[in-house]
Write a protein that binds this ligand. Structure first.
Ligand code: SF4
Length: 370
């Protein structure tokens, strides 16, 4: 299939691996920020094909994984209310809150619906004017434009029974937080190609300069990732710390101006808590004053919830690249995709789920052969 097969060509992959091997003279630790890249790296065994001296550290770029527990609990509280239709992408339904998940709310009679676009939720609102319809708007800069467009349309079309439960997060402040951590081992970044498709590359040169780390904008297919790693290693070996675009078929330096204008109109920057990591200043978006009436938190006045994380889950350390998933004692035993204790085991972009699905030999023998 065009655009998939041609970016998975084994011969080209071998050549790129050889170039990486011959360029590598010492140990390097490179973080792929995006969960989609983590999934691709583990699925295709790229980390196992790389020279031993290159370690891939999996970053916090899985939107489902970093949505804070408090927001999940608010979603559960809103979804359980009579008269509410709660719409979400499917992967949020199994994310554990403090005591239950959205599937449980649905089984208890809540009207929880899976949609494929926030605009579908707006249609549900139009068709049910006597009900309150809420869309769970989470994710990075990638998913935010569609959510912004939906709120913009709700206001323009005068659909008062629609609202958005917002928990958007931003990549550049997360990179800064990772680099400021005293335990940080990251020496270079593969920047997330789809985020840069929206936002462009302009936010990254100051970060590369401040922290003296190469940043290579990278795609998601195996050859994309190998090319991103090759360019990163060549910069590291040469002592350079520049921003390079290895994904020019999707990313322009200025990003998508129409999407950025919509984001600027509908959202404003705010401090945001990241699940397992904590509050990162100015690392998220919320609805701006002009659209505040469409904010579900404002409309339903959910607040002051007492949250309780699993005591065994180490997803915060996984998300910061401090441990690999199989180093958590619950991995593959107490915690599996069917019975996840943490969000990193739920989403297909979560590192724990990727290790479970593609790296079964790391499981205890009785589980791996079950
Ligand atoms: S394996 Fe499960 S319990 Fe352990 S860190 Fe991952 S999500 Fe949390």
């Amino acid at each position: 299939m065009k655009y998939l097969d041609e970016f998975s060509n084994p011969e080209l992959a071998r050549r790129l691996l050889e170039r990486i091997r011959s360029a590598t003279s010492r140990r390097w630790a490179i973080m792929e920020v995006c969960g989609g890249q983590t999934h691709s790296i583990i699925r295709h065994g790229i980390d196992q094909l790389l020279p031993d001296r290159i370690e891939m550290i999996h970053g916090p770029g899985c939107p489902v994984c970093v949505t804070p527990l408090e927001v999940i609990d608010k979603a559960l509280e809103i979804a359980a209310q009579p008269g509410v239709i709660f719409c979400s992408f499917g992967d949020m339904l199994r994310v554990p809150g403090s005591h239950k998940d959205l599937f449980r709310i649905k089984s208890e009679g809540g009207d929880v619906r899976v949609v494929y676009s926030p605009l579908d939720a707006l249609q549900v609102a139009k068709a049910n004017p006597d009900r309150q319809v809420v869309f769970f708007g989470i994710g990075f800069e990638t998913t935010a434009p569609a959510n912004a467009m939906t709120v913009y349309q709700a206001k323009r079309l005068g659909i008062p029974n629609f609202s958005l439960l917002v928990s958007h997060v931003l990549v550049p402040p997360a990179i800064a937080a990772i680099m400021e951590s005293p335990d940080c081992r990251v020496q270079a970044f593969l920047a997330a190609g789809h985020v840069c498709t929206v936002m462009g590359t302009g936010e990254y040169p100051p970060l590369a300069e401040k922290y003296r780390v190469p940043m290579v904008v990278t795609g998601f297919e195996p050859l994309d990732i190998l090319e991103g790693i090759r360019r990163t290693v060549e910069q590291l070996e040469a002592g350079r710390h520049e921003v390079e675009n290895a994904y020019p078929r999707a990313v322009a330096a200025e990003g998508n101006p129409a999407a950025k204008a919509m984001l600027e109109d509908v959202f404003e920057v705010t401090d945001r808590a990241w699940r397992g990591i904590g509050v990162i200043p100015r690392s998220g978006w919320r609805l701006s004053d002009e659209y505040r009436e469409y904010d579900a938190e404002h409309r339903f006045r959910v607040g002051d919830l007492h949250t309780a994380e699993s005591s065994v889950c180490r997803s915060g350390e996984v998300l910061q690249g401090l441990i690999k998933p199989h180093e958590c004692s619950a991995f593959g035993t107490l915690c599996t995709p069917r019975n996840p204790l943490g969000a990193t085991m739920v989403s297909s972009e979560g590192a724990c789920a990727a290790y479970y699905l593609y790296r079964r030999l790391d499981l205890p023998a009785e589980v791996a052969h079950a």
